[in-house]
Design a protein. Structure first.
Lengths: 296, 307
């Protein structure tokens, strides 16, 4: 009995060490720590944008059109006299929010499919694999454009146009991750205990590949933001006058000759956020992967 | 053995291709609106629309329409454009050379610059080239392609008046769109070449060659550069998707009349026969590139066996 207790205590101790090491590894990586602060900051501003913006992001004020950055308008105004800072704050919930919800939906469905196809190798697995391959043939942006064309412009169709092409990507990723762990001893043990397939998938396989899924979600947040804004830029995403960041750039591109900041401010902001997500992804991968984590 | 593997790979690709057509065909059929009405125009009499529907085979059951479409694909017939009235294949063939020109020039710039930078950075990782590789990598993976395109346009066309901002036909007009696309690809190629150069340094045969007193340039050329180049073929295949996606955006920015822009135009004019044709052509190009990359890889590096 005493042995069992010591063992349990040691296991808990080990779990705690891993948690601390994960956090320490992540914190030591200064750039990825900074990236997470940038993401938190921009995210907080976008949430703020739901309740408050300095000026009305939609109402034109022609007397104040195309003003360069100043004290009253820190980022200037656009050709309709709308405050660019207010439009960017109000637009965050579209660009970041849509990308986030789309990636989470796509990743969740893809993870289910990948788990199932990796665990049940037979007919179910093969069918899922073939369908996945068909969807993977076309590049994400072409696929998203096709869905945007079919679903029309708007919030829900942009959401689906970004989410659907992500499903096969995750299905493939989780499928190969599942293949790597499905023959481990603990899976065999669970099978001997006559646990059901879904039980094993969610209680034994999923926790062991979760770190891969989380790291990839961070990377795909970047891709999702790029796709949402690319669709908006092309006029196939969130329609103007909604201040989705890509839509703002698409609407403003005619002003590049005389008022380039109207175009570049939202564009650069997109770039900064995507860079931050990619660096955060690298940092998380290092911190969550037991092989890359430097145990202290 | 080799031939058998290639045939196998092509058969596999054909099955995937039929799947893609099936997907696109049914997706486009889900669309609201009556194609016959769109082609005939809104003033047309109901009998005429009915006739046209019969003529186009739109009154047949869906699966028969699909079989018809597959057979017409074999004759390279992609249907009739709703908007222009002519065969879709002609519309696409008129635009395809522009996209091909843009893509090939961009890929050439990216491979040339990427390999050179990658080797320089691999030999001296802490040099300027080393940091440039990291920066280009970040730009390629994280910057929206429209930002890169508009920035280049602003610098070279608006500020410096060196190059035209729009249009196609001359070499000057090709430079900016090609550079935009190349910037999306260069960083990744350079990063890969850099890391394989650095990896080769630590292999046993390079240490042996150094110990034997082989001249530096011989070691660099034979044992470091040659193995560093074979992954370039792989990355060209992997990047091909972003090249096509990037082409859609770049062609829209610079008014380049390729199929990427034709695709966006076809959506705005609700010409779904044309859209379907373009997606099918994109899928064919993609599959051909993928198979070629597999075969090339097999020739360059016999260790990669085709599965």
């Amino acid at each position: 009995m005493i042995e069992r207790e010591t063992l349990l205590k040691e296991m808990n101790e080990h779990k705690r060490t891993i948690k601390i090491a994960t956090w320490k590894t992540f914190k030591r990586n200064k750039i990825s720590f900074l990236s997470s602060l940038i993401i938190l900051g921009v995210g907080a501003l976008s949430v703020l944008g739901i309740f408050y913006t300095p000026y009305d992001p939609y109402k034109p004020r022609f007397s104040e059109a195309l003003m360069p950055p100043s004290l009253t308008h820190p980022l200037g105004t656009d050709w309709l006299g709308r405050d660019i800072l207010s439009r960017i704050i109000a637009g965050g919930k579209y660009t970041l929010g849509l990308a986030f919800v789309a990636i989470v939906i796509g990743a969740t469905i893809g993870t289910f499919l990948g788990l199932a196809s990796g665990y049940y190798l037979g007919l179910i697995g093969a069918t899922i694999q073939r369908i996945t391959e068909v969807f993977l043939i076309l590049p994400t942006l072409i696929m998203a454009t096709l869905f945007a064309a079919i679903l029309g412009t708007g919030l829900l169709s942009t959401l689906l146009a970004v989410a659907i092409p992500i499903i096969p990507v995750y299905a493939k990723l989780v499928h190969s991750a599942t293949l790597r762990v499905r023959n481990e001893d603990y899976i065999e043990a669970a099978k001997l205990l006559k646990k059901s397939g879904p039980y094993i998938m969610f209680n034994h396989i999923l926790p062991n590949i979760l770190h891969i899924i989380i790291v990839q979600i961070t990377y795909y947040m970047g891709t999702g933001i790029l796709t949402v804004s690319a669709l908006g830029f092309l006029g196939l995403g969130v329609p103007s006058p909604t201040p989705e960041w890509g839509t703002i750039v698409g609407d403003a591109k005619g002003y590049i000759f005389s008022y380039p900041y109207v175009v570049f401010i939202p564009g650069i902001l997109i770039a900064i956020v995507v860079v931050a997500f990619n660096i955060l992804g690298d940092g998380l991968r290092e911190a969550l992967d037991p092989k890359l984590r430097r145990l202290l | 053995m080799m031939l058998e593997a290639i045939i196998n790979r092509i058969l596999q690709a054909l099955i995937t291709f039929v799947g893609v057509i099936l997907l696109v065909f049914f997706l486009v059929r889900v669309l609201p609106g009556d194609p016959a009405r769109l082609i005939a125009g809104f003033e047309a009499r109901p009998e005429d629309v009915q006739n046209l529907r019969h003529l186009l085979g739109l009154d047949k059951p869906l699966y028969l329409q699909f079989v018809d479409y597959m057979f017409s694909l074999l004759r390279l017939d992609l249907g009739v454009s709703y908007q222009k009235g002519g065969p879709v294949i002609n519309e696409i063939l008129a635009r395809l050379p522009y996209t091909a020109e843009l893509a090939i020039v961009a890929e050439a710039i990216a491979v040339g610059a990427g390999v050179l930078l990658g080797i320089t950075a691999g030999l001296k990782p802490r040099s300027f080239a080393g940091y440039l590789v990291s920066i280009l990598g970040i730009i390629g993976s994280s910057f929206p392609s429209f930002l890169i395109g508009l920035f280049l346009m602003w610098v070279f066309a608006v500020q410096l008046h060196l190059l035209p901002a729009f249009g196609a036909g001359s070499i000057q007009q090709l430079i900016l769109p090609a550079l935009t696309l190349a910037l999306l690809l260069t960083g990744n190629i350079a990063r890969l070449v850099k890391s394989s150069v650095m990896e080769s340094f630590s292999t046993n045969h390079v240490t042996t060659a150094m110990a034997k007193g082989l001249p530096d340039d011989k070691i660099i050329f034979r044992h470091i550069l040659k193995p560093a180049l074979s992954p370039v073929v792989t990355i060209i295949g992997i990047q091909f998707g972003s090249l096509m996606g990037g082409a859609v955006i770049t062609e829209t920015i610079f008014g380049w009349p390729g199929i990427g822009r034709l695709m966006v135009d076809s959506i705005f004019s609700r010409d779904f026969m044309l859209l379907q044709g373009i997606v099918v052509v994109f899928a064919v190009i993609f599959l051909v590139v993928m198979i070629s990359v597999d075969i090339l890889q097999n020739i360059i590096d016999p260790r990669c066996k085709m599965g």
